[in-house]
Design a protein around this ligand. Structure first.
Ligand code: ACO
Length: 398
């Protein structure tokens, strides 16, 4: 075959040219019942419920079933769902081995979560008797990703992973126990439930889109979630809460906030935890998590840190308005995620993996929806390279 690319259209497609949308902004590619993000009004609706209504009240399991089935689960459905998850709450031996190897090499937690999610394929597929319509790997992922996060945390510190005492453990409570080794108070469990529900889904964000693209090729759910984890770990998506908290710690005292933030903005740096591609008035999740953090810090966490974070937030918003007039950059979900998870005693390196645990519920819901739709996702790009180049074949004998 000739090394010349055989397909050399002579002209760009003018119809595609006029539809160019960098970053897919404004592109609507599907219909969904899972969530609605109204960036102009600052509203997030999760399967019919405003995030402010759902997140402080529902458990993570309830919210997951809401996303997966489109309706609030009955008590019997919830019980059978929790039982299904409990039955799968054990890591395959090879996954644990993979975590041990990763700990030796001190790999970053998100890379390990991606590796471990893939390794769940090493266990046999066990259908769920009471949920015949569901892909069994959905239950494995939801039950075992929290175990991966907690186990890696301990292995990295040179300890063996903890096991749960007997009892009826939900995902939020088991996460807190498996990380800290302490039975969590109801207030702490509620705070983590609120976090997990707040971030369990968010329209067709980058990681969800990645998952939908993967299953649209009729690939499998594990591949989709592995791809989504890869997308989530980037600092412009799920990687910001750690840096947001570091910024508050770096500032340390209220009077340092203004010079510190001003210097960053003057140097052209971005303030982590501020700004959003879609929300142009405010990120409603930030308000839900701010309220949860306020309650938690009032009860049993460091109130001074909370007061400092509020001061940093107010100063950052004022300075963002000064440096980026007209952009209306406001606090995003990551800023209060950082504060809430820190208040729960969770280490910074677990923030993005915990985000992934929560978002797994949404990824799976979107994968189901995409599979039902059955349409391959395949956007186009405007080609800006040359056409009709010649590939001269040199005479090697000459
Ligand atoms: N700090 C300073 N300036 C900012 C910030 C910020 N946090 N966010 C946006 N800007 C500025 C940009 O520099 C740009 O300025 P310019 O036009 O003068 O060059 C302008 O605002 C628009 O920026 P874009 O990158 O075009 O905005 P976009 O909507 O694509 O960005 C994003 C959204 C990526 C979240 C951005 O606001 C950002 O980088 N924030 C910091 C990182 C962060 O908090 N990420 C978590 C997002 S929430 C989530 O994914 C769960």
């Amino acid at each position: 075959m000739s090394p010349v690319d055989s397909k050399t259209d002579s002209k760009p497609d003018s119809k595609l040219d006029s539809a160019l949308r960098p970053g897919f902004e404004g592109v609507v590619f599907t219909e969904t019942r899972i969530s609605h993000v109204d960036g102009l009004a600052g509203r997030l609706t999760l399967a019919g419920y405003a995030v402010e209504e759902l997140a402080p009240k529902a458990t993570f399991e309830e919210a997951t079933l809401l996303l997966w089935t489109g309706r609030r689960p009955s008590p019997a459905e919830l019980e059978s769902f929790r039982a299904e998850l409990a039955a799968r709450r054990v890591l395959p031996a090879m996954t644990l081995e993979c975590l041990r190897q990763a700990a030796v090499q001190r790999l970053p937690a998100m890379d390990v979560l991606r590796l471990a999610a893939d390794s769940l394929a090493l266990q046999p597929v066990r259908p769920a008797a009471e949920w015949p319509d569901f892909e069994p790997r959905a239950f494995d992922l939801l039950a075992q990703m929290p175990l991966v996060v907690a186990a890696y945390h301990h292995l990295l510190a040179g300890h063996e992973p903890l096991s749960l005492p007997s009892g009826d453990w939900g995902i939020a409570a088991s996460l807190l126990y498996l990380i800290s080794g302490e039975i969590p108070s109801p207030a702490r469990v509620r705070a983590l439930e609120t976090y997990l529900v707040t971030v369990c889904d968010h329209g067709t964000n980058a990681s969800t889109l990645a998952a939908r693209v993967i299953v649209s090729t009729r690939s499998d759910l594990l591949s989709a979630v592995v791809g989504a984890i890869g997308a989530l770990k980037g600092p412009l998506h799920g990687g910001a809460p750690g840096p947001a908290l570091e910024m508050v710690f770096d500032i340390g005292q209220a009077e340092r906030a203004e010079p510190y933030l001003r210097a960053k903005l003057a140097a052209g740096e971005r303030l982590m935890g501020f700004g959003h591609r879609v929300y142009k008035v405010h990120d409603p999740r930030a308000a839900v998590l701010a309220a949860a953090a306020e309650q938690l810090f009032a009860a049993d966490a460091d109130r001074e840190l909370y007061a400092l974070a509020r001061h940093v937030e107010a100063t950052a918003i004022r300075l963002l308005d000064e440096f980026k007039p007209g952009r209306h950059l406001r606090t995003n979900v990551e800023f209060y995620t950082a504060l809430l998870l820190h208040g729960l005693g969770l280490p910074t390196e677990l923030f993005t993996p915990l985000f992934a645990v929560a978002r797994t519920a949404g990824w799976i819901a979107h994968c189901r929806e995409q599979q039902l739709e059955g349409r391959l996702l395949r956007p186009a790009a405007r080609y800006v390279g040359p056409f009709d180049q010649r590939w001269e074949v040199k005479d090697l004998a000459a």
